[in-house]
Design a protein around this ligand. Sequence first.
Ligand code: MG
Length: 160
Amino acid sequence: MSVATGIGWDSHRLVEGRPFILGGVRIEHDRGPAGHSDADVLCHAVIDALLGAAGLGDIGEHFPDDDPRWKDADSLVLLRGVCSRLAADGWAVTNVDASVLLERPKLRPHRAAMREGLAGAMGIAPERINVKATTGEGMGFVGREEGVGALAVATIVRSG
Ligand code: MG
């Protein structure tokens, strides 16, 4: 049995006129993350954690941000594709833990939906995914509400 762990980090600027999609869930807010795809930082951090665990590089290699195919892409679809790639290599996801860094709004009301959305895309039980939220307490780019960040750790297993 092989066990592997990967980390992922992502951040995007918050701007007016963009929808705020996090973990596949649309959150009501006066701003949203700027980006080429739907700029879902939580999905992007999870994707990088999974790719890292499997030794498959990073999200920028798989989904370049200058490729028109990924313009406004649904990041849950990208996550599903990455999980299919891992499965083809014999990997199963044991668990994912993630932290979202965001000053406001509060994410607690959306956490269950984010967990379920991620789990659905990954083909695993929601109990294997944990989504936490923390603020910047007024410090740094998170605290000044200039952007949103996400960190993720993934553990994957395969026989042999
Ligand atoms: Mg990103």
